[in-house]
Ligand binder design. Structure first.
Ligand SMILES: Cc1cc2nc3c(=O)[nH]c(=O)nc-3n(C[C@H](O)[C@H](O)[C@H](O)COP(=O)(O)OP(=O)(O)OC[C@H]3O[C@@H](n4cnc5c(N)ncnc54)[C@H](O)[C@@H]3O)c2cc1C
Length: 676
């Protein structure tokens, strides 16, 4: 049979199968059935979860929808790494031309950029990160650490005349960036800095947009003047000549190679051999070198100076918390729509039922949906706080709470998103393993959020220190706590709360008390543990020992309390759907800590928690498709055949399979297949 005949036959079989399938179950109708159960006001949800600038989200989506030739999803095609990079570069340029979001807008209302970025991340993290490396890391570093003389660089960056990158991490150092080894030695004679990579481990590594794109980079290096070290500072270095894109003399640029995900980003490495940059290329807002080689800084303490210089990076970490929450929502869009459509088993003689009807599926999907809603509100809140306090970025006191919160929320939501994606991948059964559902791509693209902009396990130490300092300051120095999230520590008192009736488990004040009780107790236990360890160890070892077992739990408790507080701040009235979602999330907090609460004075019943979780997730299930429809991006942005909003998933899937490049191709090496 010729391949043409084979295709024809397969098509006929598929049409017959389609007809039979529609008699058994109609995917479009299944989704429609759940859609019409929903009672929510969709526009209200959009404004609540995406904020007052939600129209900018819509704007980005419209650009993607109306320029599909540029914005086709690469996981739906068979693209090479090279093609993925070109695709994400083109997408970045296109967004730059079409979005109309300028730095002036950013300066007057940073939330516009936040909203736009979150939407872009939904579309494609590689494009969003490419955009972010240039505009947030490179351009914003010039803005934050540079002075008037760097204006031209800033202008060139804004207009994409220059493309820039951010070179901090080295082969040997990522988290402990104070110990990076790249050097910038000042030469008075020529009034230049000489940038060098003194060891292999000093190779700048993982630097985004560098293997192929950037002509400029901000290099972080140890500054030396007359043999004396002055700590890490930032320097603008031209790495390629933009007239011919050739690498500049003394610089080696290479490609870091294939990655688990985000292959649209050209991560590169950089080696410097006696590369001279003019004195003016030091980004010198906080520290400067005079032509005669005198070092001057408004911040005496080198630790503080370094912290202030890196403070401008906080924005990246903060927005990553939003990315984590939105990624969970996108994964659940695919998982929940599929679960509504997918039918397996049923009573003998009756139609098969949607897998969404199984109580187990409701625990697997509806419970995480409830948590995702709570986390999205918390992510929006911390971003709003950052957007409105950015002017204080160099004021450590003002930034301490944001820093502590973002240090835990970024990793918490990224880890949560990983779990949600994996659960949704399994909800899709075998189809969950197909690239066309996007879940695999999503997992690998977002997993790195646990690591970059600060490894989660390293960052939460700062969260813990912040909480501990606040408690200590209040107890030992009787100083009031300045930060809203921990204010309760001033007045917290143990009281007896009994969990007897169902209402006791659903009462927000009871949950609030438990969260405060837990954090207060964990902090006291930690301090006691630290004191005990100090009897036999030095400070660093004691800290590491105490932190190893307790750090994760305490920072997580603080994050949960913040999420709780932010939801309460919404002050929702008469929204029984969102009330139910919040109650489900609160019940998961009890469920996760059941060992702590079960055996003490609260007398919490595990059976009651589980019964209520089941009951409420069953209730919320009927609203789930409505919530997803309101908050999910359009199909062109989601890029998942199995998450299609019209429910026509099997037809779309098979059409895509039939049109695949190699679907019916005989391999060229067929002669090697059979032993002769
Ligand atoms: C795709 C990608 C893009 C990137 N883009 C850029 C870029 O554009 N520019 C740039 O400068 N960098 C970039 N990075 C680097 C990134 O920021 C670092 O990888 C990250 O900060 C973590 O540092 P590290 O890899 O050195 O990990 P390490 O710090 O070596 O951590 C390794 C492990 O040790 C643990 N650990 C470390 N210290 C402690 C401690 N005190 N206590 C307990 N455990 C500890 C960590 O938890 C982690 O699990 C990128 C990385 C990737 C993968």
């Amino acid at each position: 049979m010729s391949s043409e005949q084979r295709v024809k036959l397969l098509h006929q079989q598929f049409e017959a199968y389609k007809e039979m399938n529609e008699q058994v179950s109609n995917p479009v109708e299944s989704l429609q059935y759940y859609r019409q159960l929903s009672t929510i006001d969709k526009q209200k949800y959009i404004e609540l979860f995406y904020g007052r600038n939600w129209k900018y989200r819509q704007n980005l989506f419209d650009i993607v929808k109306s320029n599909q030739h540029v914005f086709k999803h690469h996981h739906l095609e068979e693209y090479t790494r090279e093609e993925q990079r070109y695709h994400s570069f083109q997408a970045m340029r296109h967004f730059h031309q079409k979005l109309g979001v300028t730095y002036d807008m950013f300066l007057s209302d940073p939330n516009i950029v936040t909203t736009t970025s979150v939407a872009m991340y939904s579309y494609d993290p590689a494009v969003c990160v490419k955009f972010g490396v240039h505009f947030s890391l490179y351009t914003k570093t010039i803005l934050n650490l540079g002075t008037d003389k760097h204006k031209q660089y800033f202008e060139n960056a804004q207009t994409l005349i220059d493309i820039g990158s951010f070179s901090l991490t080295e082969l040997g150092h990522g988290s402990n960036v104070r110990q990076i080894q790249t050097t910038a030695i000042y030469d008075k004679e020529t009034q230049t800095f000489i940038i060098n990579t003194p060891t292999d481990l000093a190779t700048k590594f993982w630097i985004g947009a560098t293997a192929n794109l950037a002509n400029m980079t901000v290099v972080f290096a140890q500054l030396y003047i007359d043999g004396k070290q002055y700590g890490v500072h930032a320097f603008l270095v031209e790495i390629r000549d933009k007239t011919n894109h050739n690498v500049k003399s003394g610089i080696t640029v290479g490609d870091c190679g294939p990655k688990n995900g985000l292959n649209g980003i050209d991560n590169g490495f950089l080696i410097f051999r006696n590369v001279r940059v003019p004195l003016a290329n030091m980004l010198d807002k906080f520290a400067t070198v005079t032509p005669s080689g005198e070092f001057k800084s408004s911040i005496e303490d080198p630790d503080k100076r370094f912290a202030v210089q890196l403070a401008s990076l906080s924005g990246g970490r903060i927005i990553l918390s939003y990315y984590g929450a939105i990624t969970s929502l996108n994964a659940l869009t695919i998982g929940i729509r599929y679960a509504a459509i997918r039918k397996q088993f049923g009573l003998p003689g009756e139609k098969e039922q949607s897998i969404l009807e199984y109580p187990l599926t409701q625990l697997r999907l509806i419970v995480p949906l409830a948590s995702t809603l709570v986390y999205t509100i918390a992510a929006k809140a911390i971003n709003n706080l950052w957007d409105t306090t950015q002017n204080n970025v160099f004021n450590p006191n003002k930034m301490a709470e944001i820093h502590a919160l973002s240090s835990v929320l970024k990793g918490k939501f990224a880890t949560f998103a990983n779990k949600v994606i994996l659960e949704c991948r399994q909800i899709l059964g075998g189809h969950g393993y197909h690239s066309f559902n996007r879940l695999g791509v999503m997992l690998h693209d977002q997993d790195i959020n646990n690591t970059w902009e600060g490894d989660s396990n390293v960052l939460i130490q700062q969260t813990l220190k912040f909480c501990m300092d606040q408690k200590n300051r209040f107890i030992n120095d009787q100083k009031p706590i300045q930060y809203a999230s921990l204010k309760f520590l001033e007045t917290f008192q143990i009281k007896l709360i009994k969990f007897q009736k169902d209402e006791d488990y659903l009462c927000p004040n009871n949950i609030k008390y438990l969260l405060e009780y837990k954090l207060d107790k964990q902090l006291s236990d930690f301090m006691q543990d630290l004191t005990n360890n100090l009897n036999n160890n030095d400070m660093l070892k004691s800290w590491n020992l105490s932190f190893a077992f307790k750090g994760q739990q305490i920072s997580n408790s603080y994050a949960d309390l913040y999420c709780f507080q932010q939801w309460q701040e919404l002050n929702l009235k008469n929204d029984s759907v969102l009330d139910t979602a919040f109650q489900i999330w609160c019940l998961t907090l009890l469920d996760n800590e059941i060992e702590l609460y079960k055996y003490n004075e609260f007398n919490i019943s595990e059976a009651t928690v589980k019964r209520l979780l089941m009951k409420l997730s069953n209730q919320l299930k009927d609203e789930a498709i409505g919530i997803i429809d309101a908050l999910a991006p359009p199909d062109e942005i989601l890029g998942s055949i199995f998450g299609s909003s019209d429910g026509d998933i099997y037809n779309k899937f098979m059409q895509k399979i039939y049109s695949g490049k190699n679907t019916f191709q005989k391999v060229t090496w067929w002669e090697q297949i059979h032993n002769k």
